[in-house]
Design a protein around this ligand. Structure first.
Ligand SMILES: Cc1ncc(COP(=O)(O)O)c(C=O)c1O
Length: 442
């Protein structure tokens, strides 16, 4: 079958089907309208004249709604330009503050399946600031091992500066035991940060109730424009700022505030702290339909993460990650793209060499499985017809990608494309080892 065969789409289908909501969600009308309306205010919210006060009122309203969606107090929200910035601010800020207060606290506990916004920041703290990194292993479903965290905390009393664990994983969707980690860290006086970029606005993320020191979120995952995020910071958490200037946002993040983007972000979050249960239930049903369909249509496909039918509560409602053994993730992606489906591998090419997913590697230790991943992330526009149309093309595409993988396999001879070769990870003292070698973008 030629690659062009994959291009044949049933009549009446939209030209493209977007299944990459975990990377970014297309701009929503409510966000665009709120952005345009707030941009007309046109004054700096720190100015004292009436225009400035109107901007401040708009910003306060956005802040209140965004905080309510996280079960947080508005005073706990610090606006940033992205989830990445929020993660950096939290990890560096907490580390520096803890170090200044007690130089013995140099250790950082981090799960091996974090987004690179966290992993690379921790690695930077290791190479530039003398941090000692402890990687937390994960089980086969991608859930971080809190017992291992307890052992590490007990083994090094008074030496941990902070711990960090994402709310839900961006590649495989596994929801993490954040509350349990906070409970394990509390007796040791260790503050916990959580990257909730994929969970906020989708699942309940009760910041205050969980006892976290900080939590990072991002607007564009929900259909706000790229360029707005936030860090929730508990009132008593001490955080050393890394930008200095006008002293906005409790002095934690200086810089003129982006009133219009904040309004757009507020327009796409739920009104209260419960997430969006109806939308989550709808997506869960679609995710289950996809997984049930894949089991029939492509029996060799392997699910990465908890079973969406048996344990829907343990995963993000819209993010399904599958491995197609023998196939390269990138081949799958390009064939799917030709067939009109926009998906993601969860791992990336560095200098043309496909890399295995660090998340699936940490879960399975299986490099072939970690190379042949495909993430299907469903969102607000996804319908049952989209899932069914995907299921129609998937067997052909899995077969084609598998054949291409076989043809490319150099029967045990090591080449540049089969050798490991990713950037080295943090020199972890413990844990699951390899965290690097992929460049996840969403
Ligand atoms: C879990 C997670 N953390 C952090 C980020 C970075 O967020 P942003 O794109 O807003 O910088 C992303 C998205 O790319 C993500 O999925």
């Amino acid at each position: 079958m030629s690659p062009r065969d994959a291009d044949a789409r049933p009549a009446g289908r939209p030209a493209r089907t977007y299944l990459d909501f975990a990377a970014t969600a297309p701009l929503r009308d409510a966000a665009r309208d709120a952005f345009l309306e707030a941009s007309r205010l046109g004054a700096n919210p720190s100015s004292l004249h009436s225009g400035g006060r109107r901007s401040r009122l708009s910003l306060d309203a956005s802040r209140a709604r965004l905080a309510a969606a996280a079960g947080a107090d508005p005073s706990e929200l610090v606006f940033t330009a992205s989830g990445t910035e929020a993660d950096n601010l939290a990890l560096k800020g907490l580390y520096w503050a803890r170090q200044a207060a007690d130089p013995a606290r140099r250790r950082i506990l981090v799960s091996g399946i974090e987004h690179h916004a966290v992993l690379d920041t921790v690695e930077w703290l290791e190479s530039h600031e003398g941090a000692v990194v402890h990687l937390l292993p994960v089980d086969a479903e991608g859930t971080a091992d809190v017992e291992a965290a307890r052992r590490e905390l007990d083994a090094h009393p008074g030496e941990f500066a902070l711990a960090t664990l994402m709310w839900a994983n961006n590649e495989v969707g596994t929801v993490q035991p954040v509350r349990e980690l906070v409970e394990a860290c509390a007796p040791h006086g260790v503050p916990v940060h959580s990257d909730a970029v994929q969970a906020y606005g989708v699942l309940p993320t009760p910041f205050a109730e969980t006892g976290l020191a900080s939590m990072a979120v991002s607007g564009h995952k929900l259909g706000a424009p790229v360029g707005i995020g936030a860090l929730f910071v508990r009132r008593d958490a001490v955080l050393e700022p890394h930008t200095h200037g006008g002293g906005q946002e409790r002095g934690i993040r200086s810089g003129t505030l982006n009133v219009a983007a904040a309004a757009a972000f507020a327009a796409v979050v739920p009104e209260g702290p419960g997430g969006r249960p109806e939308e989550a239930a709808r997506l869960r049903a679609l995710q289950a339909r996809l997984w049930e369909g894949v089991k029939q249509a492509v029996p060799g496909a392997v699910l990465n993460g908890p079973d969406p039918v048996e344990h829907p509560d343990r995963r993000l409602p819209g993010t399904l990650n599958l491995s197609f053994p023998g196939a390269e993730g990138d081949s799958l992606l390009f064939l799917l793209d030709m067939a009109g489906f926009e998906t993601s591998t969860g791992s990336a090419c560095t200098a043309g060499v496909p890399r295995p997913s660090h998340v699936v590697l940490a879960m399975s230790g299986d490099e072939e499985r970690a190379r042949g991943t495909q993430r299907f992330s469903l969102g607000i526009d996804t319908r049952a017809e989209d899932v069914d149309a995907l299921l129609d093309v998937l067997p052909r595409i899995a077969e084609q990608a598998g054949a291409a993988g076989l043809a490319a396999r150099p029967s045990g001879i090591e080449t540049a494309s089969t050798r490991g070769g990713g950037r080295p990870g943090p020199q972890a003292e413990t844990g699951s080892g390899s965290t690097r070698g992929s460049e996840d973008r969403g």
